[in-house]
Write a protein that binds this ligand. Structure first.
Ligand SMILES: [Zn+2]
Length: 474
């Protein structure tokens, strides 16, 4: 047997066929062996995992690079955020990212730029979703599919009134119908939905403002659970009618879990993703201030526990972060952490870096989910859904050697030193202690972070076109 470049041994290795005691060997960036230690080839370098878990790197299917563009234009912002935010990703054990493209202009003419900006600035491999909101976007869906973008996000009756800075056009049922119908004919195609009914939320906002409310819970009350429930019902019905595929991003409510389960049982291809914030926080956490203003808003304890149940049962099959790299003064609208809740910009920061630690701390270490199921919803299922499997998302021979050693007993308090993203650093987990941290992050067979120290430089990573030539990327 020829020797490998790298092996990780003395590990609990999580594979699609279960967890085994042993290790993984990698050569030229790919996994060449998975198994017990005596069956692994010798390696130029061997890392002792000290009995800890070795898992495929997390895949974050939901980030918004370029949103720091209030200092930069969008393309400059993408370059900036790819560097700073994927630096945080590797410290947090995330080794692949799918970023939402968002601009008013058509995406097709800029595809060379979108490929190059990531290849030159990212620490990890990356793919794209496109946000479809202006008329020309609807006309380029099939072209984008050929470029490897096969997931299209739409704001269904959302952003009619909010965040005019973003310049996002909402879509009515007619546009949603057209997009679902188009995507139904694309291999691996899927429509991603922000599922909240803004007609109701707008009226509630006016009422709560008139009452003089300015607290985090008021933000939750302004978009009550039925905002999400009403919209998911409509999405499921249109998905069934068009025989298409839908994916609810950042699902926040127990009602959403129940509706998705019902339609899934009827054979409708409706999928759901949730976020660490909804699995860990509730709307009563006033200490989060405007940092806890996310959209959809934080919910109650019952929704939180139902989302965990949905993850365990397979109704909710995906987890991501909705990482929005807003500069802190912009997020707070220069009014500080306890400023105007209505003016503050929605979105949480630094998700990609706290993703794995929160899921370990709140999930595995609290016995809410098994390590094997967690790896499915944070790595394997994301790879499959976005057409990246088996290259990504599993420790199997031939896969990219993207893997993370996780010490379930190691703790850290989320403070300024916890993050490695752009400054100033903050998130809704600031001040909280998390238990279950990555000790080694390996990307393409290269040790990128070891014991908190960055070992690599940015760039040299790959754009992942999805379903190139009609088959998943391999
Ligand atoms: Zn988002």
């Amino acid at each position: 047997m020829t020797s490998a470049n790298l092996s990780v041994v003395n590990a609990k290795v999580v594979t699609p066929n279960g967890t085994l005691i042993g290790g993984v060997a990698a050569t030229n960036g790919r996994v060449v062996a998975v198994g017990s230690e005596q069956n692994l080839p010798d390696a130029d370098r061997t890392i002792d995992a000290e009995g800890n878990y070795l898992i495929p790197g997390f895949i974050d299917p939901h980030v918004h690079w370029g949103l720091s563009r209030y200092e930069y234009d969008y393309h400059e912002g993408l370059a900036h955020d790819f560097e700073t935010e994927t630096r945080g990703a590797v410290h947090g054990g995330v080794t692949t990212v799918v970023n939402f493209l968002l601009q008013p202009d058509p995406y097709g003419p800029d595809m060379d730029f979108f490929r190059e900006v990531g290849e030159q600035n990212s620490y990890i491999d990356f793919a794209y979703h496109a946000i479809i909101h202006k008329k020309p976007h609807f006309e380029e869906v099939e072209t984008l599919a050929e470029e490897g973008i096969r997931s299209f996000k739409i704001f269904y009756n959302w952003y009619k009134h909010a965040s005019p800075e973003l310049g996002i056009e909402h879509s009515d049922s007619g546009r949603v119908y057209r997009l679902l119908d188009t995507v139904a004919d694309i291999e691996g195609g899927i429509v991603m939905f922000h599922a909240e009914n803004e007609d109701l939320a707008y009226e509630r906002r006016q009422e709560l403002k008139a009452q003089g409310r300015n607290d985090l819970e008021a933000w939750s009350e302004s978009a009550p659970n039925i905002c999400e429930a009403m919209q998911i019902e409509n999405i499921a019905k249109l998905t069934e009618y068009t025989d298409s595929s839908a994916y609810i991003v950042h699902m926040s409510t127990g009602e959403g879990v129940d509706i998705c389960r019902r339609y899934q049982q009827q054979g409708v291809d409706i999928n759901a993703e949730t976020l660490p914030s909804f699995l860990a926080h509730t709307k009563e956490k006033e200490e989060l201030g405007v940092w806890g203003k996310i959209s959809p808003p934080l919910r109650g304890e019952q929704s939180k526990e139902k989302l965990w149940q949905g993850l365990r049962e397979g109704v909710v099959d995906y987890a991501g972060t909705d990482h929005c790299p807003h500069k802190k003064p912009f997020k707070e609208k220069d009014e500080g952490k306890f400023g105007d809740i209505w003016e503050a910009i929605p979105g949480d920061n630094n998700g990609i870096e706290y993703f794995l630690p929160v899921m370990m701390s709140e999930g595995v270490n609290e016995d809410r989910i098994s390590m094997e199921r967690l790896v499915e919803v944070c790595a394997e299922n994301n790879a499959k859904r976005w057409g990246l499997y088996p290259r990504k998302g599993a420790l199997v021979e031939g896969a990219d050697a993207d893997m993370v050693v996780v010490d379930l007993e190691q703790s850290a308090v989320v403070d300024d030193d916890f993050y490695h993203t752009m400054e100033p650093r903050y998130s809704s987990f600031h001040g909280q202690e998390l238990t279950g941290l990555p000790t080694h992050t390996i990307v393409g067979g290269e040790v990128v972070v070891e014991d908190g120290e960055l070992q690599a430089e940015k760039g040299g990573r790959n754009y992942l076109p999805r379903y190139a030539d009609g088959v998943p990327t391999v």
